[in-house]
Design a protein around this ligand. Structure first.
Ligand code: UDX
Length: 439
């Protein structure tokens, strides 16, 4: 089928490439001409492992193309995917202006009855409003289908082909049948439901995953002063199939462009629905506090950070992405700078995005070792492989003061202590379970 995808960000580009790879003819459109130029040169505007190979494969197969012209994109298509941003607004609600302007463009350029597939994460009720708005302004019938995405940055190419489920919400049975046919090639279970349920599945899923993370982080905080080892507690919990081990890794909390935004938006949705979602607000509050734990630990070792050389390893909100949106590192580095520290940061992929935020305030090292050189402490913020590969011996040789404060469980307490490092790891108190039972 001929498909248009509006928006070539993390969701739009991966969706467009995925749909072309299962045989559809896809035109991706974006108003940002620099992005389209890059894509037409075979270069991805986003860092996503595996995406460029898929772009090259499907462009050369004649199934995938890119344009900045809505008119050109819309002329032969009757299925339009909307994958534009819905960033968090100042009041915590999702910003809808990009959705609204894209809807108007669609109404202007459409040439036949159209199915509008909304990939963007939108507050409950938005798709019904969009359905009504299109009925007012569109020259042809428009059927809206909510098709929320569940892609994780850094593994989005994997997730588009190996997701757990595809959710389709609509009032129009015909449109649902069409979208089921469109998605058949993914061979992933499909849940067809009503519009509002599809919108809520997305928010509820992300909020629940965020809840798991804040929950395990509070348990980690209990471990630190009771002799528990969070790695063992998390492992023991995860062996219960009703709990499951994913998203039970304690650390300095979640960041990124989804969990923080979606939990905040869901809280507003709940308030509008007359529900006081206290649990969710505690999840958000716990996450805010957790990301400052490393600085608190550091300040227990130095009365003042004035003039201290502190290394920060990792800026991206997680490994395998260049995304630093709402990354814990941003908050942590700002806190260190405000405390008078000299910060040397390292990130193999996100350093350019980080430079745009901190400029000359932070020195960006090219390697982990360069960041550790003469450091008076190091904070481990993102669990990049390049970070985990550094040995305790190298830390001792390179650092002026061997204080290692680990926010992502990258190193082994027993080994670090054996080498004489002052090592802190979230959720591991004085007792290291490995020393007791050897595993
Ligand atoms: C998330 C959802 O997983 C995805 O389904 C949705 O479509 C978009 O939002 P993403 O934000 O890309 O994906 O990253 P994810 O891998 O979920 O991690 C989110 C944050 O949680 C990261 O900062 C990560 O470091 C943190 N995290 C994750 C933990 O702190 N502990 C964990 O066990 C897992």
């Amino acid at each position: 089928m001929n498909i248009v995808v509006i928006g070539t960000g993390y969701v739009g580009l991966v969706t467009g490439v995925g749909l072309s790879d299962i045989g559809h003819s896809v035109i991706c459109v974006d108003l940002d001409e620099s992005k389209i130029e890059k894509l037409n040169a075979g270069v991805s505007p986003i860092y996503e492992p595996g995406i460029e190979d898929l772009i090259h494969k499907n462009v050369s197969a004649g199934r995938l193309s890119f344009t900045s012209s809505f008119k050109e994109a819309m002329k032969d298509s009757d299925i339009v995917y909307l994958a534009v941003g819905t960033p968090e607004g100042p009041d915590g609600r999702a910003e809808m202006k990009y959705i609204e302007s894209a809807a108007e463009m669609i109404a202007t350029e459409m040439t036949r009855p159209t199915i509008l597939v909304v990939k963007s994460t939108v507050p409950v009720g938005t798709n019904r409003k969009l359905q009504n708005q299109m009925a007012e302004i569109a020259p042809y019938p428009v059927s809206v289908v909510s098709n929320p995405e569940f892609l994780r940055e850094g593994s989005a190419v994997h997730d588009i082909f190996h997701g757990d489920r595809i959710v389709l919400g609509s009032d129009d049975i015909g449109a649902l049948e069409t979208l089921k046919a469109v998605n058949e090639g993914f061979d992933i279970p499909i849940l067809a439901t009503n519009l509002e349920s599809a919108e809520l599945i997305k928010y509820a899923s992300n909020a629940f995953l965020a809840t798991k993370i804040s929950f395990i982080n509070e348990i980690a905080n209990i471990c630190e002063s009771t002799g528990g080892d969070i790695r063992q507690v998390s492992k023991g919990m995860g062996m219960d199939h009703r709990i499951g081990s994913p998203f039970l890794n304690a650390g300095i909390g979640y960041g990124g462009s989804c969990f923080p935004k979606d939990t905040s938006a869901l809280n507003e949705i709940a308030m509008d629905a007359g529900v006081d979602f206290k649990l969710l607000r505690e999840v958000i509050e716990t996450n805010k506090n957790q990301r400052l734990k490393l600085v608190k630990e550091l300040k227990m070792r130095y009365a003042s950070l004035e003039g201290k050389k502190i290394a920060v390893l990792g800026v991206a909100f997680k490994p395998n992405t260049d995304d630093i949106r709402d990354a814990p590192a941003i908050t942590i580095i700002r806190e260190l700078l405000d405390s008078g520290a000299y910060v040397t940061a390292y990130d193999p992929i996100a350093y350019e995005n980080a430079k745009k935020v901190f400029g000359e305030e932070v020195y960006f090292a090219k390697t982990v070792k360069q960041a550790l050189q003469d450091a008076e402490a190091v904070l481990i913020v993102t669990e990049w492989d390049e970070v985990k590969e550094v040995s305790p011996k190298e830390m001792l040789e390179l650092m002026k003061t061997p204080i290692v404060i680990d926010g992502r469980q990258c190193f082994d307490m027993h080994e670090m202590k054996e080498h004489g490092l002052d090592y802190y790891s979230v959720g591991v108190g004085e007792i290291d379970a490995k020393e007791v039972v050897g595993n």
